[in-house]
Design a protein around this ligand. Structure first.
Ligand SMILES: [Ca+2]
Ligand SMILES: [Ca+2]
Ligand SMILES: [Ca+2]
Ligand SMILES: [Ca+2]
Length: 289
């Protein structure tokens, strides 16, 4: 038995009274791991006790039968355009359904059914695994405003009996896209403002909101250039103030058009066209004190 070439080794039992046609059993001396050595080959020599002794040799080849002793290993790898930060895949909310977001590689050191692995995505998440290739794809539209991140767990099960399984998780962070326009609380506002006001006196504050996040939701206010009148608007807070003193006898009514525009840099047209600017009318009527 050649110990030098195998991790495991078989040795024949020895018995002082072995006779003719006696079966010789070999005992396992070391643990055998098919994944390390799939085949054992050794030579058995028989020698009689005559003088001089005569011998014969035969070679035994032992194929090691597989046991399901390895759990499947799941590795999730990044792919091309999907950025990964702090271990999380960053997926823009405007990707189309069926967009690949990661590559899932599975392996199992066992043989045959013991090494045949099936992968599935656990739970109610908008991701699925394509059979055979094992790319993790989106299976529904994402919406940053609804769900900002997902923990996607992939379970791998082999076909051994009993089967073994393992799982691995991928954090997917949805990246905000500028897919919402600012919206004014009211599309038309009528303000009655007393004449003989102080210069710079605040007339009214208009407020718009934006469902996005960060720069995509920061709003800059402006007055439409077509609006004329002694007014200006604070670009950040929407305060509309008079630049001069109003006189009802000179002019009773002003119509201002206010524009709210977000500061998003991403494209505004993901799924369906949506304007980044939103206008509102402000009707201003000065009144007598
Ligand atoms: Ca296995
Ligand atoms: Ca095995
Ligand atoms: Ca958004
Ligand atoms: Ca926006």
């Amino acid at each position: 038995c050649s110990r030098s070439t195998t991790a495991a080794c078989l040795l024949p039992s020895t018995h002082p009274s072995l006779g003719r046609n006696t079966l010789i059993y070999a005992d396992v001396l070391h643990r055998i791991d098919r994944e390390e050595v799939a085949q054992l080959k050794f030579t058995v020599m028989a020698r009689d006790r005559g003088q001089p002794p005569r011998t014969d040799r035969t070679t035994v080849v032992l194929a090691v039968r597989d046991e399901n002793d390895n759990v499947p290993v799941v590795e999730i790898r990044k792919i091309g355009r999907i950025l990964v930060r702090d271990g999380a895949a960053l997926v823009p909310e405007n990707v189309l359904v069926d967009t690949p977001v990661a590559l899932v590689q599975v392996s199992d050191r066992d043989q045959g059914e013991n090494g045949a692995v099936t992968c599935t995505v656990v739970g109610d998440v908008p991701f699925t695994l394509k059979p055979k290739k094992y790319f993790l794809h989106t299976s529904a539209l994402l919406d940053y405003e609804a769900t900002k991140e997902y923990s996607v767990t992939i379970v791998a099960v082999d076909s051994g009996s009993p089967s073994l399984s393992s799982n691995s998780s991928l954090m997917v962070r949805v990246v905000d896209i500028n897919d919402h326009a600012p919206v004014f609380a009211q599309s038309n506002v009528e303000v009655h403002f007393a004449e003989n006001n102080g210069p710079g006196e605040r007339v009214v504050t208009v407020v718009a909101t934006d469902a996005d996040s960060g720069k995509n939701a920061e709003i800059a206010y402006s007055l439409d250039p077509a609006s004329n009148g002694p007014f200006y608007i604070d670009v950040d807070n929407g305060d509309i103030r008079a630049t001069g003193i109003l006189d009802r006898e000179q002019r009773e009514r002003y119509e201002l058009r206010v524009i709210a525009k977000d500061k998003g840099t991403t494209l505004c047209v993901p799924i369906q066209p949506m304007p980044c600017r939103f206008k509102s009318f402000l009707l201003l009527r000065s009144r007598i004190n």
